[in-house]
Ligand binder design. Structure first.
Ligand code: FAD
Length: 366
């Protein structure tokens, strides 16, 4: 089949590569003048890696597996709140990887021939596209979603601001690796992951100020807010070059879509289910979309396109929409302040590691 894919983010390149490798005649359209991803880190959970595995794309990524540390949630001083037996869960479901986004993007598109890709080609209207099926992967702020589903309210800002940064490994941080620190006073969060053998990737999440700060201002504001956290936290923030800090007001879909397809057009990735980053599932859900799409379009003829895409919708929408809502719930839980947060911390401390691992498994089991 001739398949057009609109948008060459992580979801679009994965779908394009997977469809190309299964014999479809693929064209990938990208608005930007060249193919790239921002140079910061990303966590790909076991379910995302397993989806890439079904497309034959996971092998070169396994070198980036994060050490199976304890993980879990801690208080702002680094003391355990929720201990998850992450090692056991990963033994069962596979590794989590932490990788530079640009490296991930390059790896996923490595087997897609250059003549299948049209950069500097925005597609804001599907009228000019000739194909048997069209995959819309133009991200959270998708214009095409609005055209296909004009009744959908679009996106919504959550009122949170995230910073993401990378730096070379600094000493004294081992105890915090793969942990997420939450704080019942400020409702802020900090997460730290190893990036390759010599780097670190961190994120913060906090209430957004009235105006979006520059990376330099944001770094200072966050280091001040977290001055009395575990001493490694402000030290890591201040040791990060501003050029390696990304500032994002958090935005997600205002509500789940009632359908991911319209005839021979299907939405994929953030365009379909843009969620908050709280469960680290955005890209993994796009990879699950791509794997499902490739499976449902296997050996399809042009006349089968609408029927096959409706099967994709039936498989993917319930799970991805559920995770979208679960991510928003997780955000409300971890950013709570006041007496509710005190109760939360008490309950988290009482949660056995096996129960926490079972909750992870529900997400990781596609
Ligand atoms: C702070 C933060 C942290 C995150 N951390 C994680 C994490 O650790 N793990 C995880 O799994 N996910 C994470 N995510 C989510 C993850 O980044 C996204 O889910 C994922 O990148 C979505 O990929 P996509 O291909 O659907 O969309 P995008 O990456 O947005 O790609 C869309 C592409 O379409 C192109 N495009 C747009 N409009 C047009 C057009 N009209 N014509 C042609 N091309 C167009 C764009 O230029 C872009 O290249 C995080 C998100 C944020 C904000």
């Amino acid at each position: 089949m001739r398949i057009a894919i609109i948008g060459a983010g992580l979801g679009g390149v994965t779908a394009a590569t997977g469809l190309h490798l299964t014999g479809h005649d693929v064209t990938l359209y990208e608005r930007a003048p060249d193919l790239r991803e921002t140079g910061t880190g990303i966590v790909v959970m076991p379910n995302g890696l397993n989806a890439l595995d079904t497309l034959g794309l996971a092998e070169p990524l396994r070198d980036h597996a994060a050490p199976t540390a304890q993980g879990g949630l801690r208080d702002r001083k680094g003391r355990p709140l929720l201990v998850t037996d992450a090692a056991k869960a990963q033994e069962r479901y596979g590794p989590t990887i932490v990788i530079d986004r640009a490296v991930l993007h390059r790896t996923l598109r490595a087997r897609l021939p250059a003549d299948r890709i049209r950069t500097a080609t925005p597609v804001d209207d599907l009228g000019g596209i000739t194909a048997d099926a069209i995959i819309v992967a133009d991200g959270l702020h998708s214009r095409l979603r609005g055209r296909l589903f004009p009744g959908h309210p679009g996106t919504h800002r959550t009122g949170r601001l995230d910073l993401r940064g990378t730096l070379r490994k600094v000493p004294g941080v081992e105890a915090l690796l793969t942990a997420i620190l939450i704080d019942r006073h400020s409702g802020a969060m900090f997460g730290l992951f190893p990036l390759g053998s010599s780097g670190l990737y961190w994120f913060t999440d906090a209430p957004a100020p009235a105006t979006i700060p520059t990376p330099e201002q944001a770094r200072e504001q966050m280091a001040e807010l977290m001055a009395d956290w575990h001493p490694a936290v402000p030290a890591i923030l201040r040791a990060t070059d501003v050029a390696d800090i990304h500032v994002d007001p958090i935005t997600c879909l205002a509500r789940p879509l009632d359908s991911y397809t319209s005839g021979t057009v299907a939405l994929l990735g953030d365009a379909a289910h843009g969620m908050t980053p709280d469960l680290g599932q955005g890209a993994s859900q796009a990879f699950e979309d791509a794997a499902a799409l490739v499976r449902h379009l296997k050996d399809a003829e042009p006349a089968d396109a609408a029927e096959r895409l409706s099967r994709y919708d039936a498989e993917r929408r319930p799970r991805a929409n559920k995770l979208m809502l679960a991510s928003a719930r997780q955000s409300r839980l971890t950013t709570q302040t006041g007496p509710g947060a005190w109760l939360r911390d008490t309950l988290l401390r009482a949660t056995p590691p096996s129960l926490a691992a079972r909750q992870l498994a529900a997400i990781w089991l596609a």
